[in-house]
Design a protein around this ligand. Structure first.
Ligand SMILES: [Zn+2]
Ligand SMILES: [Zn+2]
Length: 216
């Protein structure tokens, strides 16, 4: 007996469903296959190695340095073009100026590369000094961390973030960074301060007022 149109359509539908299931099973088997898994991992690893090699290459570093310099030049030119700012009544971001003793400590700390990058085995010599406790309290300028722009106040591109999950600016950018996220990957700012002081052979005395465990 000839099939009705509805029966034919139903049979067609069942066949399609079976074919799809077979394809899915095959895909799952492939995903589970250790050899295939190893292949995928190797491929991902290779890609990652290539990206790291690129970022570590002198050419890339040089390019980044040039870009940073150009940015600084542009900012300087922009600043020069601006009329002089009116004196503000408040101290604002600047806070009070560093005392000689604070300046001495700051200058030393400024010689270090990014302390967070260093923690992850990378050397990033272009830093700015992050004030951990603002700029007004006593000894405020002694509590500074040398941080690259990515660890300080600039959000890296997505690709770079994925490759270096620790690159979170301590000053939050949207949902990224901020003290908490930063410390999860890089230790707390105080822990880093202790590290900085130790590296420079500075007395830990100024830090003793904070609730930290100072290593012996
Ligand atoms: Zn850094
Ligand atoms: Zn800062």
């Amino acid at each position: 007996m000839a099939l009705t149109i509805a029966q034919r359509q139903e049979r067609q539908r069942v066949k399609q469903k079976e074919a799809m299931q077979r394809a899915r099973d095959k895909q799952i088997a492939k995903m589970k296959d250790p050899a295939e898994k190893a292949k995928r991992l190797a491929k991902a690893k290779k890609k990652q190695d290539q990206r790291i090699a690129k970022i570590c290459s002198p050419e890339y570093q040089e390019q980044q340095r040039k870009k940073a310099l150009e940015r600084a030049e542009r900012a300087k030119a922009k600043q020069a073009a601006k009329p002089p700012a009116k004196r503000k009544a408040t101290k604002g971001l600047k806070g009070r100026t560093a005392l000689a003793e604070e300046q001495r400590v700051m200058d030393k700390i400024g010689t270090l590369p990014c302390i967070a990058c260093l923690l992850h085995g990378r050397d990033n010599p272009i830093v700015s000094l992050h004030h951990v406790f603002g700029r007004t309290r006593i000894d405020a300028h002694k509590f500074v961390l040398p941080l690259c722009c990515w660890h300080h106040d600039t959000l890296p591109e997505k690709e770079q973030r994925e490759q270096y999950p620790d690159l979170l600016p301590v000053h939050a950018k949207g949902k990224y960074g901020g003290k908490k996220q930063f410390s999860e990957h890089n230790g707390t700012e105080l822990e880093l301060l202790v590290k900085v002081y130790e590296m420079l052979g500075l007395s830990l005395e100024p830090l003793s007022q904070f609730d930290i465990i100072i290593p012996n």
